[in-house]
Design a protein around this ligand. Structure first.
Ligand code: GLU
Length: 489
């Protein structure tokens, strides 16, 4: 059993987006690869922006992706609770320890005073920072201010000189100037901890060995390292994964395509494809392969192969990859994935009969090559599920109105198909070939109008496949109805 423990620590302030899902995946992969534990921790100390609905959305998205966690709010183990708002006494205790050891202090500066101080510092040409007004208040004055001031925060006494070096598996040694670190707030005036403080306390108490997270947190790391050292904690290994940017290298946003896991789900991206795609956003297997099933990614995964450069999001590649997974997954799995789309469109009932399931499965089998995302599936296959399917006007003009022989050909096809005892591949194929020979026309002259009659379209899957899926009765009825409707008989 490995002692690796990694965590994904989302803030429930919105849907799970592509960046968060990728961070969760990399943590999950590392735990899988090393036989370690994957922990889900909820960073909900931003009480205003956190909500139970967002938390539910995060659970739903992770569960849909199959990124199951070993410990978390609903999987309690010895290191809980796993929700930060339930751990407030733990942070207070840690802050008290720092206060007692003279490593932290109460600060009574009001919001207005702080703004004024920042302004003065900025005007003197320095980066805005806290000036340390309350650093050395004598104990008696502290007690007095506690009674008279509106509120107070607890700040960490932080060195103003020297450098802090962060060692990151992906980025190597990164040096930060302590002058920029500020005496950061540990506990706010409302008693809630700040992100940096709570994160360090939890990472340590939850025995996290590797902190794998978004690059945007690299600049927080020197602060977190300092907090950890002051608390006497061991440092975890850090791995800051690169940003995900839009193709034009701008910040990724909705206009570049879907970005939340829920939106991908609604588009009809399947989890296996999304996981494969996400894994390659900033990680490389070391060989030029794109299609990698999850088991293989687990085998090949290493933190060292995560790239430093930003990953570029490419929705076309994602949908291409999804198309691949739709084409190659087990039919039963495809059916499960596709069913909700057909149910939502009212094409298949909420509790489908065995017959409905088999019919949809047969349709998917012959149509899956033509679908990239399941959201397209209902529209692409609609003529299999309704008798009032629309006819392509160009096709009608060319095949039915301008071609005088069509009526005769389709009438003959209908008769011949009706006469078939076994409506199976060879028999149907031979029957259609027989009509072409008998009427002395090319096979195309039979097949093209027949396809149009059966589907309303001039293109689609193999004609023979369409006939076999529709079956004899429905095929013949459609041909008869077309003859009548377009007055071809
Ligand atoms: N709650 C933080 C976030 O969602 C976690 C950052 C971290 O992993 O330390 O960005």
């Amino acid at each position: 059993m490995s002692d690796v423990r990694v965590r994904f620590a989302p803030s429930p302030t919105g849907e799970l987006h592509i960046g968060g899902a990728r961070t969760a995946l990399f943590n999950w992969l590392y735990a899988q690869k090393t036989g370690g534990k994957f922990i889900l921790r909820i960073d909900d100390t931003d009480r205003e922006r956190s909500s139970p609905d967002h938390l539910e959305a995060i659970y739903r998205a992770l569960t849909w992706l199959g990124l199951d966690w070993d410990e978390g709010p609903d999987q309690p183990a010895s290191y809980g609770p796993y929700v930060q708002s339930e751990r407030l006494s733990i942070y207070t205790e840690a802050a008290q320890k720092l206060l007692q050891e003279g490593k932290a202090y109460y600060c009574f500066c009001s919001v207005e005073e702080l703004a004024e101080q920042k302004k003065i510092v900025r005007e003197s040409g320095q980066a805005p920072r806290y000036r340390g007004t309350c650093r050395n208040l004598p104990p008696a004055q502290q007690e007095e201010k506690k009674l008279t001031c509106q509120g107070h925060v607890i700040r960490l006494l932080t060195p103003e000189e020297g450098e802090t070096v962060v060692e990151d598996v992906i980025r190597g040694w990164v040096t930060f100037d302590n002058a920029n670190l500020d005496d950061l707030i540990l506990i706010r005036s409302d008693g809630l901890p700040t992100y940096n403080f709570a994160s360090v306390v939890d990472d340590s108490l939850m025995k996290i060995t590797h902190v794998i997270r978004a690059e945007e947190h690299l600049s927080n790391t020197p602060r977190q390292q300092f907090i950890a050292r002051q608390l006497g904690f061991r440092l975890p290994v850090y791995a800051h994964v690169p940003m995900i940017l839009a193709p034009d290298h701008s910040k990724l946003s909705k206009r570049h395509g879907a970005t939340s896991v829920q939106e991908y789900k609604e588009m009809g991206i399947v989890p296996s494809a999304l996981l494969n795609y996400l894994a390659l956003l900033g990680w490389s297997p070391g060989e030029d392969r794109e299609i990698l099933p999850l088991e293989e990614i687990v085998q090949l995964f290493s933190l060292e192969r995560i790239t430093k450069n930003p990953a570029i999001y490419d929705q076309q590649k994602l949908t291409w990859m999804n198309g691949h997974y739709l084409r190659t997954m087990e039919l039963e799995e495809l059916l499960q994935e596709a069913l909700p789309f057909f149910q939502a469109a009212g094409v298949i009932s909420a509790n489908p009969t065995e017959e409905e399931r088999l019919y949809l499965q047969a349709v998917l089998r012959i149509m899956r090559d033509r679908i990239k995302v399941l959201g397209e599936a209902v529209e692409a296959t609609d003529y299999f599920f309704r008798e009032d399917y629309a006819f392509d006007p160009e096709g009608v003009k060319k095949q039915f109105q301008q071609n005088k022989e069509t009526g005769k050909i389709l009438t003959r096809v209908s008769r011949v198909l009706q006469g078939l005892e076994a409506f199976e591949e060879t028999a149907v194929h031979d029957a259609l070939a027989g009509v072409a020979v008998e009427l002395e026309v090319s096979q195309g002259k039979v097949n093209v109008p027949l396809r149009l009659a059966l589907t309303g379209r001039t293109r689609g899957p193999e004609l023979l496949d369409i006939l076999l899926v529709l079956g004899k009765d429905r095929s013949v009825a459609r041909i008869e109805k077309t003859l009548e409707r377009f007055d071809l008989g």
